[in-house]
Design a protein around this ligand. Structure first.
Ligand SMILES: [Zn+2]
Length: 184
């Protein structure tokens, strides 16, 4: 299911990139660089999140379950520079609850590609809707993007994006979610 990269092609393109940057790819410090970078992209793109859909019968109905502070690293598709974000997820458990580690797996799965933070939160929300069979899902990410910190405006920041659906559109659930997320 995971995409495969063309490792040899990435290696040769990095060698070309180094040349285009005015470097000598044969100098000692750079000799292994194309291979290391191709290895990184393989690890990043071919990430296997494992099994995602282990659910259990809910003990209590209509209960909010929240997982916060899951830090994931991704790559901005506009600049191919890293960004990280703390992801918080909540849902209203009705029939099914999801195994705790699955939230992190799902977050990492969607972070391991060229994307944007807004897309990442909606990808996570959509995957959870499919697995849990409910629309009552809230996902929030608070992140820092190197394309803003180390280039351009060069300013450390926190970018916040959220995807709320179902009962999380209601003022009470929404407030509870943001209270949990902001106090954690
Ligand atoms: Zn960017």
């Amino acid at each position: 299911m995971t995409r495969k990269i063309d490792h040899d092609k990435v290696k040769s393109l990095v060698t070309e990139l180094l040349t285009a940057l005015g470097e000598d790819p044969t100098r000692e410090g750079l000799q292994e660089t194309p291979r290391r970078i191709a290895n990184f992209w393989r690890e990043f793109i071919e990430y296997d999140a494992g099994k995602l859909d282990t659910t259990f019968a809910a003990v209590k109905h209509n209960q909010m379950v929240a997982v916060t502070g899951m830090k994931v690293w991704s790559m901005c598709e506009h600049h191919m520079l890293p960004f990280w974000c703390d992801v918080s997820i909540a849902y209203i458990a009705d029939d099914k609850v999801l195994g705790l580690s699955k939230f992190a797996r799902i977050a990492h799965k969607h972070a391991h590609k060229l994307t944007l933070q807004e897309q990442l939160v909606s990808d996570i929300a959509n995957e959870l809707k499919g697995i849990l069979g409910t629309n009552d899902i809230a996902v929030m990410a608070k992140g820092e993007h190197l394309c803003m910190t180390m280039r351009g405006i060069k300013t450390p920041h926190r970018m916040i994006s959220s995807a709320l659906s179902g009962k999380f559109h209601q003022a009470e659930q929404r407030a509870e979610f943001f209270q949990i997320v902001n106090s954690a």
